[in-house]
Design a binder for this molecule. Structure first.
Ligand SMILES: C[S@@+](CC[C@H](N)C(=O)[O-])C[C@H]1O[C@@H](n2cnc3c(N)ncnc32)[C@H](O)[C@@H]1O
Length: 363
């Protein structure tokens, strides 16, 4: 069999870095312009929407730019140091972006309709809503059909990239170094025996990164949304390596044995859960992790992290439908992790995200 040449080794680091910076800049400009135009249109059609948020000061914008640059620098360094391959820096669902961008724009008309009628729990009649927790049946971000349609799943990655000005994947990748470090405790095992679960895997962006970082590991993903899991299956089938095992399940009650996984990740889930569900998910993570196993959570920054960004944090649930975000920003996840039994907690901030790494004690 012919092997694929590794082109990365022929490209100088400086060129790769410039290409990466250009790629990020392009996504940033695109996200910024899209938001400028869509916000203006929204505020024209639904004028009260404009008065719900406070404009950010130039100083806050400046601070955000500095933090974004620092995130990109760390992302680049981790790739350069081999935590993950350079190719992950450029991984982007281009065909979906081009294919679904027009639908994303057309969907704005439906969003305006829901905003005008203040309908935040509206689903197409064909969507089966039986069996989901009440807190989940929401049009989070005003998205059409919440998480419960194929169209929502098709638009999601593009929507998130626009929301974070192209930094969503760079923020997700911040979980990889602490995860890899935590899995070092199991270095004596063959890599195929390492089991990692991504809880609330959505369309599979984090699982793609995990596959790139841990090419031999057994990967698992769970989510409540059948449509998002279908999309994840499609996106993950495109890449080489064993297909992660995907299961529909509530993160509050994972269908796995006790002490099963060596590593567990969860990205952008906790701000969409009410407080008791946050604790239940952390307790489940503790139960299914092996002693010595590592949990890495990524979610939004919180109120105590960056008082400078208080307005931005207030704006988020005011502009988007995010019913549990306000409580999340004041919730002490360190206490919740400790209550569940986790130890050796490490907490970091990158750009507008926060990361918790925690370990299940070895008994
Ligand atoms: C903001 S998205 C994040 C998706 C993905 N982790 C990412 O990085 O894009 C939140 C995800 O959590 C899922 N979700 C919300 N509540 C859940 C629960 N109780 N159990 C499992 N999945 C849940 C949603 O279906 C959705 O896919």
């Amino acid at each position: 069999m012919q092997s694929t040449p590794n082109l990365e080794q022929f490209v100088p680091d400086e060129v790769t870095k410039l290409a990466y910076q250009g790629f990020q800049e392009g996504k940033k400009v695109f996200g910024f312009l899209h938001k400028q135009i869509s916000d203006r249109l929204t505020n024209t059609v639904v004028p009260e929407q404009g008065s719900k948020s406070t404009p950010l000061s130039p100083e806050v914008f400046e601070k955000l730019q500095v933090r974004l640059k620092s995130l990109e620098e760390k992302d680049w360094k981790d790739a350069k140091n081999g935590v993950y391959p350079n190719s992950l820096l450029f991984d982007n669902p281009w065909s979906d972006f081009f294919r679904y961008y027009p639908e994303l724009c057309l969907d704005m008309v439906k969003i305006w309709g829901r905003l005008q009628k203040k309908e935040y729990q509206k689903f197409d009649d064909k969507i089966d809503r039986v069996g989901y927790p009440d807190y989940y049946l929401q049009n989070f971000h005003y998205q059409t059909d919440g998480y419960l349609s194929d169209m929502s799943a098709n638009l999601y990655d593009l929507q998130v990239e626009i929301l974070f000005n192209g930094a969503a994947d760079a923020m997700r990748r911040r979980i990889l170094a602490p995860l890899k470090q935590g899995l070092g405790a199991f270095a004596a095992l063959p890599p195929q025996q390492i089991k990692v679960l991504d809880v609330a895997c959505g369309t599979g962006r984090t699982l793609r990164m995990l596959r790139g970082t841990l090419p031999k590991a057994s990967l698992f993903g769970t989510d409540l949304s059948p449509a998002y899991l279908r999309k994840a299956n499609q996106m993950l089938s495109e890449i080489s390596g064993e297909l992660p095992q995907l299961l529909q399940s509530n993160a509050e009650s994972l269908p796995y044995l006790d002490n099963y996984f060596h590593g567990l990740t969860s990205v952008f889930l906790f701000h969409e859960l009410p407080a008791p569900a946050r604790q239940a998910v952390i307790n489940e993570a503790f139960r299914v992790l092996q002693p010595g196993g590592v949990l890495v959570i990524c979610d939004s920054i919180q109120a105590t992290d960056s008082p400078d960004f208080a307005e931005m944090m207030n704006n988020f649930p005011a502009i988007f439908h995010e019913p549990y975000y306000r409580h999340y920003t004041t919730d002490n996840l360190e206490d919740r992790l400790t209550e569940a039994g986790f130890i050796n907690l490490q907490v970091e901030n990158h750009f507008v995200s926060k990361y918790w790494t925690a370990y299940k004690p070895v008994v």
